[in-house]
Design a protein around this ligand. Structure first.
Ligand SMILES: [Zn+2]
Length: 247
């Protein structure tokens, strides 16, 4: 973790909280203590494992990791970079990440997604990584936007630049599980919109929408429609798991 090199500021000037460099250093110092108090467990099945931030062998085996760099499906004519297919193991991982307080899993999930994404290091302008937005109530309940955290980790892995508020969610939407495609799209109509303050920034840029799971495609479709109104050069989707057969 070279962020904690000597000479770097240890305190955020405006708010006087500890900088990320110090937090990262503390986390490293206390990792052995954390391991002692909370022996590393596989976030998908709970089995004991050798180190934090990993999976047990059985779960690695059952994760349907997709291996080529090429986008694997075309959803609404948009390339999708998915790390895995949605199965029992990826579902458990995502639940553990989103609802089980395992925020640190973001790094592992982002690494798997990044392996599927094109190399952008030599591009003049990095793509914008725009997370699927959460409504502020959901954000308040959960404490974090899982898609925004993934986008931020993808940026650290050199896959683009995060634009966290390119899209906004104007109203809460009911759970989309169990609804048919048309009902899902109706439920989302008008719920997700372009942030007008970011429209100029998005115009002419390559944009990658980031989410944890691509299920029906209704949410990503609503996001794509909103993003298209800002006239980006190119749109793609990056996600950890996608349901088989979306198209
Ligand atoms: Zn496991």
């Amino acid at each position: 973790m070279d962020a904690a090199l000597p000479g770097l500021p240890t305190e955020c000037k405006p708010c006087h909280t500890m900088s990320m460099a110090v937090v990262a250093n503390l986390a490293r110092v206390f990792l052995p203590v954390v391991d002692l108090l909370y022996p590393p467990r596989c976030p998908a099945c709970g089995a004991a494992i050798a180190a934090q931030d990993g999976l047990c062998l059985e779960c690695w085996d059952s994760l349907a990791v997709l291996s080529s760099h090429a986008p694997d499906v075309e959803t609404v004519a948009t390339p999708v970079y998915a790390a895995t297919l949605y199965n029992e193991t990826s579902r458990c991982l995502v639940l553990s990440y989103k609802h089980g307080g395992r925020i640190a899993l973001s790094r592992l999930l982002a690494r798997l997604i990044a392996a599927r994404m094109p190399d952008v290091v030599l591009q003049k302008q990095q793509p914008l990584l725009i997370p699927v937005p959460l409504h502020r109530w959901r954000l308040w309940q959960r404490g974090f936007n899982q898609a925004a955290l993934l986008a931020s980790d993808l940026a650290k892995l050199g896959k683009g630049e995060v634009l966290v508020d390119g899209l906004v969610r104007n109203r809460r939407t009911p759970s989309l599980g169990g609804l048919g495609r048309e009902a899902r799209e109706r439920a989302l109509t008008g719920a997700i919109a372009l942030n007008p303050a970011r429209a100029q920034l998005i115009a002419g840029r390559d944009v990658i929408l980031v989410d944890d799971v691509l299920t029906s495609g209704a949410t990503s479709h609503a996001c794509m429609t909103a993003l298209r109104s800002a006239r980006p050069a190119h749109l793609a989707i990056a996600c950890f798991a996608r349901v088989e057969g979306i198209g």
